[in-house]
Design a protein around this ligand. Structure first.
Ligand SMILES: [Zn+2]
Length: 196
């Protein structure tokens, strides 16, 4: 925007400078006409007129230099505008790309969440009410994870290795007994890899 403002400022300056040149040129042309018409006869007036024409020519030259200088500045401002416009376009392209990828990811996650929720409903329907209540309570207390796998003698919820006495108790417990981690209190799920 700053570059565009600079460019339009230069354009205005250029128009003004060109108008100044025009005014001087028209005045010089009028003087020249008067001189050529022969209407001015007094030597003093003729001399004044010629002097004015000469000074207007000098003035016109100076003003034309101003126009050239403004045009140069305007040209570099235009180049800068073009360069920045291209960069804005490139960045916008990246934004569009990232937005499209994010939207696709959100859509995929929404779909996944939907099917996981359905799966959960099916599973929770087969879990006894009191166990489900305990699980939900633990889940709330333990950052969304209410049950953890017992893997190679460690609780995968808190990553702590279980004490030997605790392991023996779990080993002795019936398969349908709900066992819990001594450390984080999560429900422990026993598998063939539990190291019991
Ligand atoms: Zn634990």
């Amino acid at each position: 925007m700053a570059a565009q403002t600079e460019e339009s400022d230069c354009a205005r300056e250029q128009t003004k400078a060109e108008q100044d040149v025009d005014q001087v040129r028209q005045r010089a042309a009028r003087d020249q006409q008067r001189l050529d018409s022969g209407a001015v006869t007094s030597p003093k007036d003729l001399e004044n007129l010629q002097r004015e024409i000469a000074s207007l020519a000098k003035r016109q030259g100076d003003l034309e230099d101003v126009v050239l200088e403004v045009m140069e500045r305007r040209e570099s401002a235009q180049e800068r505008v073009a360069e920045l416009t291209e960069r804005v376009g490139a960045v916008q392209g990246k934004i569009d790309d990232a937005t499209a990828r994010r939207d696709a990811a959100v859509e995929e996650l929404d779909g996944e969440a939907g099917s996981v929720t359905k799966e959960r409903e099916v599973v929770s329907g087969s879990v006894p009410d009191d166990l489900l209540k305990l699980y939900d309570k633990l889940r709330e207390q333990q950052g969304g994870v209410g049950a953890a796998k017992l893997y190679q003698r460690s609780c995968q919820g808190c990553r702590q290795e279980l004490a030997i006495t605790e392991l023996s108790e779990i080993r002795a417990a019936a398969p349908d007994t709900v066992v819990r981690c001594e450390n984080c209190r999560r429900i422990l799920v026993r598998t063939a890899d539990s190291g019991l």
